[in-house]
Design a protein around this ligand. Structure first.
Ligand code: SF4
Length: 456
């Protein structure tokens, strides 16, 4: 995939990966063997007919290819960019057994971009309205998928979003240079075109309760409020000025357009030296944003080695290319401030790896006497997120699991009739495509439930 040169892209927020040309797409699609066994498809959480859409690319029927994808996935331009294909469909591609897997995600991106650029986006067929009202809480990938599926089946769908724009983590979390917001907006507009009403600035669990939604004649509710509660390390100094959770930092940069100061009067104070604690995709996004905001030195501080880093290899490579420093086998133990309580230094200990822990990864062990200090202006804590707790704590009868997740079966049924849930709120922080898969399954289960309720 061609990309912007690292020296150029650290100076802007425009998309890093430039996408396939038609020639690239044809060459790549020619590598697909159109396998009968469809192993790639088994690795796709939303069951895209992968050999089928690639076959259409080979025949230069790009609009036909995107229609094939849309039979089961409503957000292909987004998935083509942010899905971890290497651990899903591409992991199972037979081509990968003796070389490189077919680049399924890049082909998906190519055809969905082609459709948008040609202005050829079709609204799928919608069933005759059945007059049944359903509510979707949260407008991230799970909610959008669920809403799209139910609208197509003829339901009257209203989505509720706590922020002032729809899209959830796609808008506030993932940076513009990885997922341009006009692409997310185009997919949200497509869901609106199905007749879905999106109400922003409504916090379910505060502005309105779940039971009030039922009183408004919604017959079923899907909860897809994601994992937006940041985790902290619990080390001294996390309350100092200049310490952000990655959620806050990325929201300030992406949603509040901190990178467009002074056009937007919401700058993000960053200083010269920035430490990102953690090494997942959110950490890489934070580090690369900090670099683009003008930080001179940006560090990923991680207590294990590169091998154990949870981020996608592609994101790690991009971070390396952009000059992010990696302080590995390094455990942050304290953040120290100046006389005005602004971050001044990060105290760390060197680690070595011991036996594997419950996650299967080798556990870091601090080496006694190895403490050292890194001068720092900003610290971003990016060690994961937990489910948003608001709905669980304000809705009776919803069983909760580990870390406050909502308990739901594989089809999204919770412990309360007519309430369904899916995505990060059920699984804990995971991926866009898994949330979409959950939204799709829940929509089918809601349809079944509502049709049975009608019969009764
Ligand atoms: S497994 Fe790979 S080669 Fe076979 S159909 Fe899927 S993408 Fe094509």
């Amino acid at each position: 995939m061609p990309t912007q040169a690292a020296k150029d892209r650290v100076l802007n927020f425009t998309e890093v990966a430039l996408g396939y040309t038609e020639e690239d797409a044809l060459l790549e699609s020619a590598r697909c063997l159109t396998c009968k066994k469809e192993e790639c498809r088994e690795g796709c959480p939303v069951d895209i007919d992968i050999p089928g859409f690639i076959k259409k690319i080979k025949a230069r029927d790009y609009l036909g290819a995107v229609q094939k994808i849309k039979e089961t996935s409503s957000l292909p331009a987004i998935c083509g960019r942010v899905c971890p294909q290497e651990s899903q469909c591409e992991q199972f591609c037979v081509r990968g057994k003796k070389g490189e897997a077919v680049s399924i995600g890049r082909l998906e991106r190519f055809v969905s971009d082609y459709e948008r650029e040609q202005g050829a986006v079709n609204t799928p067929e919608i069933a005759h309205p059945n007059g049944i009202k359903v509510a979707i809480v949260g407008t991230g990938p799970g909610g959008l998928t669920c809403a799209g599926e139910l609208a197509r089946l003829g339901y009257s769908v209203t989505m509720y979003e706590a922020l002032h724009v729809a899209g959830g983590v796609l808008m506030y979390g993932i940076p513009e240079f990885r997922l341009p917001k006009d692409i997310v907006q185009a997919d949200i507009d497509n869901v609106r075109k199905l007749g879905v009403d999106i109400q922003t600035n409504v916090i379910i669990g505060r502005t309105m309760m779940v039971d009030e939604l039922f009183a408004m004649d919604y017959k079923a509710i899907f909860i897809g409020t994601g994992a937006g509660l940041p985790n902290f390390m619990g080390i001294p100094g996390e309350n100092l000025n200049g310490v952000y959770s990655a959620n806050e930092f990325l929201t300030r940069v992406n949603l509040m357009k901190g990178y467009l100061f002074p056009e937007y009067l919401t700058p993000v104070r960053i200083g010269k030296r920035v430490a990102i604690l953690g090494a997942g995709n959110v950490a890489m996004d934070s580090a690369r944003c900090a670099k683009r905001l003008g930080a001179e030195e940006v560090y990923i501080v991680y207590r294990r080695s590169e091998k154990e880093m949870p981020a996608r290899a592609e994101e790690v490579d991009h971070a390396h290319e952009e000059g992010i420093h990696f302080r590995l086998l390094t455990q942050p133990i304290e953040i120290k401030g100046d006389e005005n309580n602004w971050v001044k230094e990060l105290i760390c200990a060197q680690c070595e790896l011991g036996e594997p822990d419950a996650s299967g990864r080798r556990s870091p062990i601090n080496i006694p006497g190895s403490e050292f200090s890194l001068p720092m202006d900003t610290v971003v804590v990016a060690i994961g997120q937990s489910p948003n707790p608001l709905i669980q704590t304000t809705t009776k009868g919803l069983a909760t699991g580990k870390n406050g997740t909502i308990v739901a079966d594989p089809d999204g049924r919770t412990t309360r009739p007519a309430i369904f849930a899916g995505g990060d709120i059920v699984t804990g922080a995971a991926t866009v495509i898994l949330a979409m898969g959950a939204g799709r399954k829940a929509a089918a289960a809601m349809d079944k439930y509502l049709q049975q309720a009608q019969v009764k």
